[in-house]
Ligand binder design. Structure first.
Ligand code: DX5
Ligand code: ZN
Length: 229
């Protein structure tokens, strides 16, 4: 994985057909997705359950690019090796998931993955101030995690603060929740480069008719890059 700050669109398979993950990942990649975002939920850290490392391993061969795994689970540490074995490129843990996020991030890098830290809407940027050299990605939640299709919560001040804290370090700012062509420019202007989008990518299309995926991805990208189509 090489680092750059260009806009990357990361469709969340939370909005895909759960009976067809392999084909859905291949379809959105063929339609222009940069990364594939995989939302793991445990029914404990968040009020919803999705899937775990076995599903990630099953879809891995269907993804050519980056598999970006967002853990909404607590605890995290007992499962890090399983997600490394499943082929995650980026593994993101929530700063709220336990008392030892520093140890967790060390363990993620130690297992050969890029380390991400996610912040819930109620968590300030300062919660990760001492982790800047420990992370490859900071995920700013713009919804309360647990479900797709929720309304965007404006976190512009937090994104701006994080962008300043990051400075010249090769750290991505990822935005997760309610990203669409209207909200994408707001977060891109504040300094985000990875835009997760579930409903705004998968709406209107399917594996047998994936063209809308491409239109949706291009609309979000163009909006973020400031070129409305
Ligand atoms: C929320 C998940 C998000 C979600 C985004 O808990 O982490 O990745 O799927 O979905 P949309 O784009 O529909 O808000
Ligand atoms: Zn997510």
């Amino acid at each position: 994985m090489t680092f750059d700050r260009s806009i990357k669109i990361a469709p969340s398979i939370l909005a895909a057909d759960f009976a067809n993950f392999g084909a859905e990942c291949a379809a959105v990649e063929a339609q222009g997705a940069d990364w594939i975002h995989v939302d793991v939920m445990d029914g404990h850290f968040v009020p919803n359950i999705t899937f775990g490392p076995a599903t990630c391993a099953a879809i891995r061969p269907h993804i050519k690019g980056v598999m970006d795994v967002h853990l909404m689970i607590a605890p995290v540490d007992p499962y890090i090796q399983a997600f490394a074995d499943a082929g995650a490129d980026v593994l993101t843990a929530h700063v709220e998931a336990g008392p030892h996020i520093h140890r967790t991030l060390q363990a993620i890098r130690g297992a050969g993955m890029k380390a991400g830290v996610a912040l819930n809407p109620g968590t300030p940027a300062t919660a990760v101030a001492d982790l800047m050299d420990m992370v490859d990605l900071i995920c700013v939640m713009t919804v309360n995690p647990g479900f797709g299709g929720q309304k965007f919560i404006d976190m512009t001040a937090k994104i701006t603060a994080l962008r300043e804290m990051i400075g010249d370090r090769p750290v991505h700012i990822e935005i997760d929740g309610g990203v669409d062509p209207v909200t994408a420019p707001i977060v891109a202007r504040a300094g985000a480069d990875v835009l997760v989008a579930g409903s705004a990518v998968f709406r209107g299309g399917s594996v047998s008719d994936p063209t809308p995926y491409g239109q949706n991805i291009r609309a979000i990208r163009a909006a973020a890059e400031g070129v409305w189509t």
